[in-house]
Design a protein around this ligand. Structure first.
Ligand code: C2O
Ligand code: CU
Ligand code: CU
Length: 480
């Protein structure tokens, strides 16, 4: 039976709005691009330091925040397919954390999930070769039970992967290729960040930060601008569109570019999802990136996000048309294995809460499966590590035009059945699990998460379904 839930009586009915309240006077901060050092074998090495800081989020008010190589958010990492990368992730927080590469295909032990703990004062040194299509991915902590708090305080950053296809699009970072990390916040009177875990979804803020900037504007100087939208919020979903109702081109979903651009006026992103869009400007245009109210419960707000002002003269770039990605869409294999995932009112998956020492699924590495997600609870979403998927259908119908590309996170409306065809990464590891979970961070922290192993095909029944209780200790952590 399908429960159709309304939020009446939950006190969450009122529309939260900042419309008309902003002056758009703060230049949008653009996270800096981090420069790697090049090791003798060509590996690009990046140093990321997780640290406490103080940040003027609201004007003239100083908030206690956290950031990576700074006081709020982290630098943008940008590499190309084929690059070898390594990281020195230094935890200078006064508590343990982890750093997860959301959207990355890599060996499970490098994933930065709850099993790759970085103790306070220690360093973690993951490394891998970038081998996946161009995409806008991101990184954030994934400490079990603490992800909401760590991300909310500012620990997150963008991770861009380029390839030959992505270079056909505007790519001049900070000029015609602009990251937009959208986060809603609740502030105290004196400008400190505060969380609210009373509601069903966790913290839903009434103010918006874009790249950590309150009340932001951006001047653009090109007639075609690529925006990389990242919903880095704990729970809020956004229905993006522009104040003048102009259409724009969607060119990429979470896990890669579309085969061809599609023209849209609205796209919805739930927490963790990304989209790449290209917007065309005329000289002197002034428009506001808006989020419209929806009826999913976690998009109960109407927000002005960013004012964009086009210069009086714009550099010309070629219109975006024709083929973008040369990667074929993920197809359903004839004998595809089907797995079922039931989301319930208690925020459980298949009637279980997350257990760090239990393996829920064993998947042959490099295979493609159908995962069916049946939601008997509130609005949720579903994210899978080390995988890319295509949404086959939602309640038997084709997904919206803006969610038909390669993805790693999908919105799952209440009462809905969502079927996805999932291509798993090639790296097998019988010892370290990967995660699938709701990316509403309160739900994830409450245990709405399961673990799967990617193993050599044919060895599925050889691996244990429990993990030794010391596996939370990360053997790759360097003490110093
Ligand atoms: Cu963005 Cu498992 O996480
Ligand atoms: Cu992830
Ligand atoms: Cu959820």
């Amino acid at each position: 039976m399908i429960f159709v839930l309304t939020l009446a009586g939950c006190g969450k009915e009122e529309i939260v709005s900042n419309v008309g309240k902003l002056e758009f006077v703060q230049p949008l901060k653009i996270p800096e691009l981090i420069e790697p050092t090049i090791e003798p074998d060509g590996t690009k090495n990046f140093i990321l330091t997780m640290q406490d800081g103080k940040t003027e989020l609201l004007p003239d008010k100083i908030a206690d925040t956290r950031g990576i190589n700074g006081s709020y958010l982290g630098p943008t990492i940008r590499v190309s397919r084929g690059d070898k990368v390594s990281f020195n992730v230094v935890n200078q927080l006064n508590e343990d954390s982890t750093l997860h590469w959301h959207g990355m295909l890599l060996p499970a032990v490098m994933d930065g999930g709850p099993h790759q703990m970085i103790k306070a004062g220690e360093m973690w040194t993951p490394h891998w070769t970038i081998d996946q299509p161009s995409a806008t991915t991101w990184y954030h902590p994934h400490l079990h039970g603490k992800t909401a708090e760590h991300v909310y305080s500012g620990l997150a950053g963008m991770f861009i992967i380029d390839d030959e296809d992505s270079k056909k699009l505007p790519s001049n970072y900070g000029v015609d290729d602009i990251p937009l990390i959208i986060q809603d916040k609740l502030f105290t009177e004196d400008g400190q960040l505060t969380m609210d875990d009373e509601g069903i979804f966790g913290t839903l803020g009434d103010e918006i930060l874009v790249n950590g900037t309150y009340d932001p504007y951006l001047e653009v100087t090109a007639n075609q601008v690529r925006f990389r939208l990242l919903n880095g919020s704990n729970a809020r979903a956004y229905n993006f569109g522009f104040s003048d109702e102009r259409s724009f081109q969607l060119v990429g979903n979470d896990a890669g570019l579309l085969n061809e651009p599609v023209t849209v006026e609205r796209i919805m992103l739930s927490p963790g999802e990304r989209a790449e869009i290209v917007v065309e400007f005329e000289p002197g245009d002034e428009i506001i990136l808006h989020s419209y109210k929806g009826n999913a419960g976690l998009d109960n707000g109407e927000f002005e996000l960013l004012k964009i002002v086009a210069a009086s003269e714009l550099t010309d770039s070629a219109p975006i048309e024709g083929q973008l990605s040369t990667v074929p869409p993920i197809e359903v294999p004839e004998d595809a294995r089907v797995r079922q995932f039931k989301l319930t009112m208690e925020n459980k998956i298949n009637d279980k809460l997350m257990d760090m020492y239990r393996i829920d699924e064993v998947v042959p590495a490099g295979t493609t499966e159908i995962w069916e997600i049946n939601n008997f609870g509130w609005s949720h979403n579903f994210h899978i590590h080390n995988a890319a998927f295509r949404v086959l259908d939602i309640n038997g119908k084709e997904p919206s035009v803006y969610e038909r590309g390669r993805k790693d996170t999908v919105f799952v409306p209440n009462g809905a059945k969502v079927r996805i065809v999932v291509e798993f990464g090639d790296y097998a590891d019988p010892d370290f699990p990967l995660m699938y979970h709701c990316h509403l961070l309160l739900h994830e922290d409450q245990g709405m998460m399961g673990q799967f192993l990617l193993v050599e095909p044919g060895t599925e029944s050889d691996v244990p379904t429990t993990l030794p209780n010391n596996s939370g200790d990360n053997e790759h952590s360097d003490h110093h």
